[in-house]
Design a protein around this ligand. Structure first.
Ligand SMILES: Nc1ncnc2c1ncn2[C@@H]1O[C@H](COP(=O)(O)OP(=O)(O)OP(=O)(O)O)[C@@H](O)[C@H]1O
Ligand SMILES: [Mg+2]
Length: 358
């Protein structure tokens, strides 16, 4: 059940910004209060970095106006190389010394300098009287966090939580699916510019990683192949007829880009296997706009020889059919996994500490 203030999950992706606000009905089930998404102009965010502030601010403002979202408090996320989530083990220490101990140990695990990072942690289950403690370490580059806060404040909003996109993905998955014992589930979000992977064993995250790449690579490849602009290439990619294109040429480009994405996912899975040799992935749950490319899920399943399913982040969430039609929600749903996870941040059952508590 939700307690405390209202919050909007605001997922600022490199091609599309999504806002999700949830509430509970009287039986305690989740309900959509507001949901909406809006595309960003290309190049405003590049390689997960906000390069041009103004279009991002404008799209956020417009999104809140268009969908009549009144709540100003937002939960945000960081993905990609500016955020790091790792399960580590540290020497046991009294509760009041844990934060210092984590900070001391964190240095060797973070891919960026400790002084340039905000860090936070959550104690994971450890046998009583153990000499070492299992900890989920989260670190985020200060510079990226500050930029994100600045942009969102310029849009008139109040950031209250900054989370890791991969953990938001997990939060969403837990609410929508029952966790089977001994099950290894790979959550894979394919955005426009980044592929996020979070692998859960028995419902707990054991491997979080990301790689640059995603749906925008295909858009660019189509643009180059047919010498057209971004907008046209996007529409062709989504199966709309814009100009006459030779289908064999289009198929070839799609095939090449899809194979590249599969290779990237496979390389992350190989990293997981290298550190968890006894575990094999049982199922891949796909989300993100890049995963909605027609035929991609089957292609990935064949290539990796694994069951692949398209995740529905709204599976256990209801909404008023008069406010949002079923086709409208179905169109948005695959893109909402991270936004929904962020919007659930106050669900008190199991909360990872956010990367930054503002
Ligand atoms: N029906 C579709 N078919 C193919 N691709 C699609 C479809 N709908 C959206 N996409 C692609 O999905 C991508 C957007 O997905 P998403 O909103 O998950 O990415 P993002 O969050 O903006 O990016 P990132 O997470 O990488 O920063 C774009 O590349 C878009 O072209
Ligand atoms: Mg995204």
């Amino acid at each position: 059940m939700f307690t405390g203030d209202e919050i909007v999950g605001l997922d600022i992706g490199s091609s599309c910004i999504k806002a999700v606000q949830l509430t509970n009905n009287q039986q305690g089930f989740f309900l959509i209060k507001s949901v909406g998404l809006e595309n960003l102009p290309p190049l405003a965010i590049q390689q997960e970095e906000i390069v041009y502030t103004e279009p991002v601010v404008n799209v956020i403002k417009h999104l809140f106006q268009k969908y009549k979202i009144k709540c100003k408090k937002v939960a945000l996320s960081l993905t990609g190389p500016s955020v790091c989530v790792k399960k580590i083990s540290i020497p046991a220490a009294p509760a009041d010394e844990l934060a210092d101990m984590v900070r001391w140990e964190a240095d060797q695990y973070l891919p960026f300098a400790l002084d340039d990072a905000y860090i936070d942690f959550q104690l994971l289950s450890t046998p009583p009287a153990a000499k070492r403690l299992n900890v989920l370490l989260v670190g985020a580059k200060k510079e990226r966090v500050k930029k994100l806060i600045q942009v969102v404040q310029e849009a008139g909003l109040k950031p209250v939580i900054i989370d890791s996109g991969a953990l938001a993905l997990e939060n969403q998955y837990e609410t929508n699916h029952s966790i089977a014992k001994n099950n290894v589930v790979a959550l894979v979000d394919i955005g426009a510019g980044i592929i996020n992977v979070n692998i859960l064993v028995d419902g707990s995250s054991v491997f979080v990683s990301a790689v640059l790449g995603g749906g925008n690579d295909l858009t660019q490849a189509i643009q180059e192949e047919f010498n057209i602009d971004h907008e046209q290439a996007e529409r062709i990619k989504q199966g709309k007829r814009v100009i006459d294109v030779e289908l064999p040429r289009l198929r070839k480009v799609v095939q090449q880009s899809s194979a590249q994405i599969v290779d990237q996912i496979e390389s992350l899975f190989n990293c997981f296997s290298a550190n968890n040799s006894a575990k094999t992935i049982d199922v891949v749950m796909l989300s993100g706009g890049g995963a909605t490319l027609r035929g991609f899920a089957n292609f990935l399943a064949r290539r990796l020889n694994l069951p692949v399913k398209l995740s529905n982040p709204l599976k256990e969430i209801n909404w008023d059919r008069k406010t949002y039609s079923v086709p409208e929600i179905n169109r948005m749903a695959p893109l909402l996994a991270i936004g929904v996870g962020l919007a659930m941040r106050r669900a008190a059952d199991k909360i990872y500490r956010p990367v930054v508590n503002i």
